[in-house]
Unconditional design. Sequence first.
Length: 581
Amino acid sequence: MSAKTRTFAVVLGLAGLAVSACTVSPVRERSAGPADLVLKNAAVYTVDAIRSWADAVAIRGDRIVYVGPENKLDGFIGPGTRVVDLRGRMVLPSFQDSHIHPVSAGVEYRRCALFDLESDVKSYVKAVADYAAANPDLPWILGGGWSMDAFPSAIPDKRLLDAIVPDRPVYLDSSDGHSAWVNSKALEIAGITKDTPDPKGGRIDRDPKTGEPVGGLQEGSAMSLVLKHAPPVTPDDREEGLRYALKRLNGYGITAFQDASVALDGEEAYRSLDTYRALERKGELTARVVGALWYEKDRGLDQIDRLIETRRNYTGTWFRPTAVKIMQDGVMEVQTASLLEPYVGKQGTTGMSMIDPETLKQAVTRLDKEGFQVHFHAIGDRAIRECLDAVEAARGANGPRDGRHHISHIQLFDPSDIPRFRRLGVVANFQPLWAFADPYITDLTIPFLGPERSRWLYPIGSLLRSGAVVAFGSDWSVSSANPLEQIEVAVTRLGPNGEGGAPFLPDERIALRDALAAFTLDAAYVNFLEDETGSLEPGKKADLIVLDRNLFDIEPAAISETKVLLTLLDGRPVHGDLESL
């Protein structure tokens, strides 16, 4: 779908004229002649402009050549055509993730991985102890995936690690990547004491009485004080990590994504330019990837020339580093997200904006002029406003441009900023798995915001009703990469297993058709791929998935139980096989 068509579709929806999800697709074909593969007797939800349905899809080479009723297939079936009867199973465009960290996730999952454990201290301590015992020769215990809600006030305790690994340094990232849990040995190696000042943009968690570091480090500048002493991530580590990630993502039906942190310098796990290039050259990059190059907040505008050079040198067929990631604030749970008004009971703190707003305007204006897409991290209402102000400044200086800048996470809004997304052409990039009443919300967020502001947490429905383009991403490894779990939460505002008790802000629930679009066509729009992918239409790439059930025929609470049976990329399987269908 072109940008012009996409805009028309949004207007249709706003006018209340959108065609229902049960619309039968008209016969559409690209060219006559036998196809290589025909999928028939299927529930094909095309996610086209009118959200139509079909019975069959025909594929020739890497392209879709027919979408429509099964009784019109004759011209596409020849002696060499493989015909698969799906027996009513659902066919969708493959999923796309608008914000994800696959290389670093793959690296961490191959280390001391805490991601998929119960969110409690005992589970984490046992896992670390088991990993340390199984790897006695490792000089450092590295990994991550712990949840803040397992610790009082979201602050981890070094003594828990000291008791099980006293003789080796331990460094464990939190699941959201904004905090680290370290032991005393790691603090000692880094030379961190009660006299060590907090670095700019970061915080060393301390005992309020003694000032001694307690084992928590907040934000990258503080985390790096320890991490820079750890063994580096090697190119082989990154390649194996990306292979692991691609297999997992293809298994979830994902064939395109935007890597939200491609670093030129700094932490080795994010220096993935050569990793993507290596796998692309080996024919192993089983996804279309946009890389968001990391913008160093302390380096200023001089770094943009290097970003331009990197884009030129690393753009390939499957990997394109055409976006720039700007981190504008921290996270809500430890009060580093940037707010317009102070956190309740936190001595007037309003969090931290990483880049001065006027400097941010200058940076975004220059990046926009140079043709980059800007991918912002903003969680608090002040950070969201600062990002919107920066885009507005860029439009004023450069004129309107099809930049498709997008702001990810967008947890807390001032409602007056909601209409600005559509007006400025900024995509609202939500991570929907977070939009239910889990302990992060009930224990670590609402008490510090109060009820009035908490009404505007993850207002996905309000953004859609405003006419904004809404795209979804997982932020994996921060949370699950499975789009079906996230779609269920967006539709129900309950956890994937019914957590939360009652829908969280039920007015912000969205329809299934909108949640699917946010992980297909609208995510493709973010990645400038909508003319080739994101919907099932003749002429588009044959990127599609087969599910074991029709999502529109089941209760919303069962969406997360759905399995992806087959994932096709360019018409070839990258997960599952045709024989098993």
